[in-house]
Design a protein around this ligand. Structure first.
Ligand SMILES: Cc1ncc(COP(=O)(O)O)c(C=O)c1O
Length: 375
């Protein structure tokens, strides 16, 4: 049987990893400035992570959500503490798209309304509602098309106010920093405006934190920089450091009812062990602070390079916009210097490394990048 060929693939076979370094089957070392697409939050094979998963696996890997699963409560408590949203409620699932799917559905259950506001260049996932609020017609199948989504220009307060006027809006979904859209930071005043309009019209503010959340920017949620709380935060990627864990946290004003949401695999014992290992490591190793410091250093140094058009982002979520003639830089970083980075079109290099990236590894990247720019 062949694999369904949907990914353009680099001919590299990564077989092991440690921290921010990974190795291929010929034992060539690569620096991982991409974190496997923002997934590796505490570094590859972190010893605490490996041990916690191993211990759990020896006890119990899975049982269904029809029984008590105390490790879910443990994860919820730790997440409340580390994120500062202690009075929120946690629903666990398995991916970012699923988290957004549940968030949008829950919002509609809550206020009985149907319309969703999303923004240009947004990416929220590939399942039915998640892809419908994603601004990329190429990945929306005819069956996903709906009149319920209103796309507005990014950060346009007047357009936002206008869209709310007929009082049909169920929710607004926004990334605190657009990832796939090219690392665009949502202006704080815009997030504050969303908060006040959602309050005024009883709509639900959904903060998609799948890529920009979990401490990547130096705060738990990048939306926190605006000083307002969303009603639902969706999370995945860094939450399990590679184990598929997703979830939403839900404001106390939204009440649960049996059957409203559900999942077979979400919140299983192993997933919760992975989630706890990540949060414990974030806490123990002060990883928010490291993300802010090493990320701030990278942004400062990148801003000094005159060939770079623009540097955007916060902490360890960084976009480097390059002129057309330097479009080859990302490939050169990989092929010549063995450094993985991400991309966004057109010509944006995305850095999404583990939150414990060291300054020495940041310098190794900067040196290689300068070399590539000056060829
Ligand atoms: C902001 C954002 N939301 C949602 C998703 C979808 O997550 P998943 O691929 O886990 O379904 C992604 C994935 O890249 C994302 O970046």
């Amino acid at each position: 049987m062949n694999l369904f060929d949907v990914y353009p693939i680099n001919p590299i076979n990564i077989v092991r990893g440690q921290g921010s370094l990974v190795y291929d089957n010929h034992d060539t070392e690569y620096l991982d400035m991409y974190g496997g697409h923002a997934v590796i939050s505490i570094g590859h094979t972190h010893p605490h992570y490996v041990k916690r998963l191993e211990d759990q696996l020896h006890k119990l890997g899975f049982y269904s959500n029809s029984i008590e699963i105390p490790i879910q409560k443990e994860l919820a408590e730790k997440l409340g503490k580390v994120s500062g949203k202690e009075d929120y409620q946690l629903f666990l699932c398995n991916s970012g798209a699923e988290a957004n799917e549940n968030a949008l559905k829950l919002a509609s259950f809550y206020n009985g309304k149907k319309k969703v506001i999303a923004f240009s260049k947004s990416f929220h996932g590939r399942t039915s509602l998640a892809v419908a609020v994603t601004d990329n017609p190429k990945i929306v199948a005819p069956i996903n098309e709906t009149d319920n989504v209103i796309f507005l220009p990014w950060a346009d307060e007047a357009a936002l106010e206008e869209a709310f006027k007929n009082n049909e809006i169920s929710s607004v979904i926004i990334e605190g920093i657009q990832g796939v859209g090219g690392i665009q930071v949502a202006p704080e005043s815009f997030l504050q405006k969303i908060r006040s309009l959602c309050d005024q019209y009883n709509a639900v503010f959904i903060a998609d934190s799948v890529q920009c959340g979990y401490g990547r920017t130096g705060k738990f949620f990048s939306h926190d920089f605006a000083g307002v709380d969303a009603d639902i935060y969706s999370m995945a990627k860094g939450m399990g450091n590679g184990f598929p864990v997703g979830g939403i946290i839900i404001s106390p004003k939204i009440q649960p009812a049996y059957g409203m949401l559900g999942t077979t695999f979400g919140g299983n014992h192993l997933a919760c062990a992975a989630g706890l290992a990540v949060l414990e490591t974030i806490e123990q190793d002060n990883l928010f602070q490291n993300a802010a410091e090493v990320g701030g250093y990278l942004i400062k140094e990148l801003n000094k390079l005159e060939q770079v058009k623009e540097v955007r982002g916060r902490g360890l979520m960084i976009g480097i916009e390059l002129p057309e003639e330097l479009a080859h830089a990302r490939k050169e970083l990989l092929n010549k210097h063995h450094i993985f980075t991400g991309e966004a079109k057109p010509n944006v290099i995305r850095l999404l490394p583990a939150l414990n990236l060291t300054k020495a590894h940041a310098d190794r990247f900067l040196e290689a990048f300068v070399n590539v720019l000056n060829q």
